[in-house]
Design a binder for this molecule. Structure first.
Ligand code: AMP
Length: 408
């Protein structure tokens, strides 16, 4: 696979870079610019070599099935890329950053033609185009016609075969033009490939899975069961497994249609799946009068729902984690957004901190990565992924992703 480092002769060439600038924002105010910062090494490298850098990214969602056109326009307005261009300019004060309000057509072609070596052009949100998510060949052809080379640096979008992620490099590759991975992609792909390709020295390999739904994680559980020595389960999804064992789960969120699957996993795992032995439960999510929060072992009483793993489970999971030589974690252990229910997720972070320097530890993006950052444990992990969906799919597909495979 070529990397951006290998693209040496790009002075004055148009390099199309797919970045992930899908930042949390509202009314033009960006709440977290980490995704923009993560793409800077690739952008700076190309700018330093005098390339004409064309940046493309999606931002938010446009629901094209919506019949009311005014609502579609409102969704577009809410996901305008212009504030992201302003933020990028702020982060790159010595580089000329231009913004193109169009995603295709004359306006975009003219903006690209006006670009000078070492300048950057950020185009409007790729999802303004209905054909983006369908990998429309005409759209991909038009975008590819604007570029002499392609760099993929949007790991968070690499599991999606869209026009901007897969369509464009497929065409450029067929034309004999270079397609390469950017610095963020190199880091992500290297670290997640390591989680797929387990060596003897990596054992015990421990996976920790949490979050809301079993159904979202079926494929990753299947893949991890083939690779891991132990899988520790927490979060709401643990209650579907507990119900599969015949335990009472009170008002906890349970996916009844996944109970059969949970039973199958438990059988196949032969004791390698660990479930919470105690839970923090509450009779209300809201801090209303009469709210009760307590820890229970075993069954969860009616009227209560499990919201975090309990202290005995924390100790059990810590003990297992401390044995690990490799660790992959996706999904919080409880409703970590509320301070009363953060303890389990923090306990996992603490255990990983204790492993620092002794094991290879990866947090696979999404809400668990948000928790790791929020609680101040990012530096304790070997790698914290920027892509929740992409890192899970990479594990599920044994190291393969559409946006990565196309570069190979
Ligand atoms: P996911 O996107 O599947 O990783 O799920 C993350 C979400 O699961 C977070 O918003 C958590 O608040 C939520 N969550 C974790 N544990 C529980 C639980 N016991 N009950 C309800 N929600 C939970």
């Amino acid at each position: 696979m070529l990397t951006v480092k290998d693209l040496r002769d790009v002075y004055g060439k148009r390099v199309y870079v797919r970045v992930d600038f899908n930042v949390p924002q509202k009314n033009g105010v960006i709440r977290d610019n980490n995704r923009i910062k993560a793409a800077l090494p690739t952008i700076e490298d190309l700018v330093g070599k005098g390339a004409k850098v064309i940046l493309m990214s999606h931002l938010g969602k446009i629901k094209w099935k919506e019949p009311d056109l005014a609502k579609i326009e409102a969704m577009k307005k809410a996901n305008d890329m212009a504030p992201v261009a302003d933020e990028l300019q702020r982060l790159l004060p010595n580089v000329k950053v231009r913004f193109c309000p169009a995603t295709r057509g004359e306006v975009l072609a003219t903006a690209v033609a006006a670009l000078q070596p070492g300048e950057v052009l950020l185009a409007q949100n790729t999802r303004y185009e209905k054909g983006e998510e369908k990998n429309d060949p005409e759209l991909a052809k038009e975008w590819a016609s604007l570029a002499d080379a392609f760099v993929m640096d949007a790991f968070g979008s690499a599991h999606r075969a869209h026009a901007s992620t897969v369509g464009v490099p497929t065409i450029l590759k067929a034309e004999g033009k270079p397609v390469a991975e950017g610095y963020l992609m190199i880091k992500e792909v290297d670290n997640l490939t390591r989680c797929c390709d387990v060596k003897i020295k990596d054992r015990p390999y421990i996976a920790i899975l949490g979050g809301f739904k079993v159904s979202d994680k079926i494929k990753v559980i299947d893949a991890l069961l083939k690779k891991c020595d132990k899988i520790l389960i927490g979060g709401a999804m643990a209650y579907t497994f507990k119900k599969a064992l015949g335990m009472k789960t009170g008002n906890s969120p349970v996916e009844d249609e996944q109970i059969g699957y949970a039973k199958k996993c438990l059988e196949e795992a032969g004791g390698r799946i660990l479930l919470p032995i105690d839970s923090v439960v509450t009779n209300s999510f809201e801090p209303v009068e009469g709210r009760l929060i307590k820890t229970v072992e075993g069954d969860i009483p009616d009227g209560f729902q499990g919201v975090d793993i309990g202290p005995k489970t924390e100790a059990l999971y810590k003990e297992a984690i401390l044995q690990a030589h490799m660790l992959f974690w996706n999904g919080p252990m409880g409703v970590f957004e509320q301070s009363e229910f953060q303890s389990g997720t923090k306990a996992i972070c603490e255990a990983v901190r204790a492993l620092k320097g002794k094991a290879f530890t990866v947090c696979g993006g999404g809400d668990s990565a948000a928790a790791v950052k929020q609680f101040g444990y990012k530096a304790d992990f070997s790698h914290v992924s920027t892509g929740g969906g992409a890192s899970l799919e990479m594990i599920e597909n044994n190291g393969s992703l559409p946006g990565v495979d196309v570069l190979r």
